[in-house]
Design a protein around this ligand. Sequence first.
Ligand code: S3P
Length: 376
Amino acid sequence: MAFERIVLIGFSGTGKSTVARLLANRLGWSLADTDDRIVQEVGQDIPAIFASLGESAFRDIERRHLLAALGRQRVVVATGGGAVVDPSVWDGELLGAKKTLVVALDAAPETTLARLREQELQDGAAVSRPLLQGDDPLARIALLKATRQGAYDRANITIVVDQISSANVAGEIENLLRLDNHLEPSQVLDAPGGRSEIYIAPGTTDSIGDLVRRRWPKTRRCWVVTDENVGRFHLDALTERLGKAGLRVESRAVPAGESSKSHAVVETLYGWMLDAGIERSDVVLAFGGGVVGDLAGFVAATCLRGVGLVQVPTSLLAMVDSSVGGKTGINHRAGKNLIGAFYQPQLVVIDPSLLATLPPRELVSGWAEVLKHGVI
Ligand code: S3P
């Protein structure tokens, strides 16, 4: 669908105004920054408006400018952090209107505080945020952000911006707008356990961030499980690509080999994820051969009763077999693969160029499987 309005929402310090300006330039669209328009109309800076007219008058003016901006076409709108909290702005005529893409920019409270301090150093008190003043600004930010999170989560897409520049965030949004045109799955597998979109091409892991983002537009965190061998060669590049797409990345490398398909390793992974607050909307990415695929797939199937699963196989055997089969599990002392679940990965990204770092023995075992499929 061709969008006509892109609206950036989110807490202060996430870069909405800068990203909107860059994006409008890239797309050749006009820009509407509600805070700027309020300042222009009233002829005072925002702290002065809060002091003289009060918050509720500010909100009335803000709403008027938001409505005016949403009435336009080919426009990128930057909103103030509190502009989308009132549920009525989400109705079908406004943020919920057709051809309107709402993108939430998300940052940790620490990032917000650091950015706001930097802005105040550069531009002075005129840019200070009246609602965030007080003794413990970090706590105020965390509290106000948490209160508003439900509104921000109504966006069509969420992009985590802590690690990326505003230019990259703008580039990422532009990519997403254009993505529908050039990235199509090589296969769509409708298995009894669900649908897998399968992308197969050398270099396709370059687009991993965009693929994950497109499949799960609201995901904030991606939990990468790999093994120590694969991790050594490829984890940094993968992490960078996911981060650039605006995903927060957590990663764990388990020892390579069958012994990692154990209850003890599963327990460690559960502890790692649950202690760090994994959410239902998060995604687990299995990055490795069959062992990692089975193990991470099982964890994805069972943690919080199931979160999103991406398989990025790095061995030939996993590419042609286990990554698309939907079988996950671990071993038990009574035998191999005795504990597990059928859990179809929603996304499979097969990049044969990853095979270049494999020892020949692993390639041979993969070819045997390819031949078997050819014969049967
Ligand atoms: C506000 C955020 C500010 C500005 C005003 C109120 C808020 O915009 O609209 O200070 O309620 O969070 P930014 O999100 O650009 O900081």
